[in-house]
Design a protein around this ligand. Structure first.
Ligand code: SF4
Length: 92
């Protein structure tokens, strides 16, 4: 992203102007994460000050039985495997 577009986007963000779809795409494609993070931090602190919230997100899996085979998964067990679990059951 060229410096001119960065300055233009900074002005819009600092003025509280609504960004266009093209602005969003330009920000998404930016390879200057420090600049983008700084801009995001400005908006966040303007809106929320120094208050930060965290969301603890939990998923209760009813079973680990799954027929898919996602390459990264160490959770799933194929139907019929001895180590499968289901909600309310012991390991069977
Ligand atoms: S991530 Fe694991 S449990 Fe989820 S669909 Fe893929 S293989 Fe199944």
């Amino acid at each position: 992203m060229d410096v001119g577009l960065k300055r233009e986007l900074e002005e819009k963000v600092r003025a509280g102007e609504r960004l266009t779809r093209e602005d969003g795409i330009a920000l998404y494609e930016s390879d200057d994460l420090a600049w983008l993070g700084g801009l995001a931090h400005e908006v966040r602190t303007r809106l929320n000050g120094d208050v930060v919230h965290f969301n603890v997100n939990r998923h209760l899996n009813m079973t680990n039985v799954c027929t898919a085979s996602c390459a990264y998964c160490s959770f799933q067990r194929k139907p019929g495997r001895r180590t499968r679990t289901r909600c309310g059951s012991r390991r069977r």
